[in-house]
Design a protein around this ligand. Structure first.
Ligand SMILES: NC(=O)c1ccc[n+]([C@@H]2O[C@H](COP(=O)([O-])OP(=O)(O)OC[C@H]3O[C@@H](n4cnc5c(N)ncnc54)[C@H](OP(=O)(O)O)[C@@H]3O)[C@@H](O)[C@H]2O)c1
Length: 315
């Protein structure tokens, strides 16, 4: 029997890369990878080809290129790239291109990597957090949620995937422990004593593979995934064990976090506040048992740290 082709956006990155590797590691699973990249000659693209992926050129900003890349596929994993441009409008345009291409190709299953529309819980009139870019509370969440409609209005067989904070952010996103003026390491989040769903980024792709493998079961449904639900203090305790030196949890207020001034600090400050203020809803949307059922290789933070602790920059 011929394999079902899953077109994977972001295949050289975190989420799509995890999915591509999960499919390629299961040669008898009945699925093949079509990896989308802007540069088929990059080292990451070549590495995927070497593992057995079909690698094709596409840019999600270019509708025609996505249409061409999805043609002849059976399914697609759709993710957009907010932190490359910080623009909700561009993110929505990217999502629209993906949905239109999926429709054009007549795909049988699409997973759209999305988030909650935070304005359902924190309307723009709610001053607990600032309104950003005129009409958003958490732009990189709200834009993805607004884009859900492109997939539903196109009548696509879609699964909405709610993802979680990556532990990889400790390595790549500047969210890891930092030395304070006292020379001691501290992990800074505005989460108070609340739990936040978090995950090894690559494990999101493993969960997505589990969804594809279960056929039509999750079509029309929203599925949330996480590796663990942890407080800042629990994350700091795991980092302390793994790094072999004390890491404290520095629970700042959302206002202080927003004032840090790095690009996106206001968006992320609002995001963490949303997660903390609506802890039980937000964790409830990302059940651990289902995540593990979909991806039996799902890691805990301790397991992820055992492999990745030396990659976390501590200076
Ligand atoms: N950081 C977190 O904790 C977190 C958690 C949950 C969700 N998210 C969301 O995850 C999304 C990003 O996904 P990710 O983390 O998997 O991305 P990523 O690791 O940054 O990788 C993105 C990959 O996509 C490709 N890409 C970038 N722009 C593209 C474009 N215009 N057209 C086609 N391909 C493009 C790049 O590959 P090439 O260079 O090969 O083209 C890159 O390797 C963001 O929207 C973010 O909001 C982040």
């Amino acid at each position: 029997m011929s394999k079902k082709i899953i077109a994977v956006t972001g295949a050289t990155g975190a989420q799509g890369g995890g999915l591509a590797r999960a499919i390629l590691a299961d040669p008898n699973g009945g699925f093949a990878v079509r990896a989308l990249t802007r540069d088929v000659n990059s080292d990451k693209a070549k590495a995927l080809a070497k593992l057995g992926a079909e690698v094709v050129a596409a840019n999600v900003d270019d509708a025609a290129s996505v249409k061409k890349a999805f043609a002849g596929a059976d399914a697609a994993y759709c993710v957009t790239f907010f932190w490359d441009h910080f623009s909700p409008e561009q993110e929505k345009a990217q999502a629209r291109n993906l949905a239109m291409a999926a429709k054009d190709a007549g795909l049988k299953h699409v997973i759209w990597s999305t988030f909650e529309d935070t304005r359902k819980w924190v309307p723009l009139s709610d001053n607990r957090m600032p309104t950003l870019q005129g009409k958003y509370k958490v732009p990189h969440f709200d834009a993805k949620a607004e884009a859900d409609v492109y997939f539903t209005e196109a009548g696509l067989p879609v699964t909405f995937l709610l993802t979680s904070f990556y532990w990889d952010n400790f390595i790549f996103f500047g969210s890891g422990p930092k030395k304070g003026p006292d020379g001691k390491l501290a992990l800074t989040f505005p989460l108070g004593d609340k739990k936040m769903p978090s995950i090894a980024a690559g494990d999101i792709g493993g969960c997505a593979y589990g969804i594809f493998k279960r056929g039509s079961e999750f079509i029309g449904k929203t599925v949330g995934v996480a590796g663990e639900h942890l407080t800042g203090a629990q994350m700091a305790a795991e980092l302390t064990k793994a790094l072999g030196q004390p890491v404290s949890y520095n629970a700042v207020t959302p206002d202080v976090y927003r004032s840090f001034g790095f690009p996106g600090a206001d968006d992320l400050g609002n995001m963490f506040q949303f997660k903390a203020d609506f802890e039980s809803m937000y964790c409830g949307h990302r059940p651990l048992a289902l995540s593990r059922e979909l991806n039996p290789k799902l890691q805990t933070l301790a397991q992820w740290l055992a492999v990745n602790k030396d990659r976390i920059p501590l200076s």
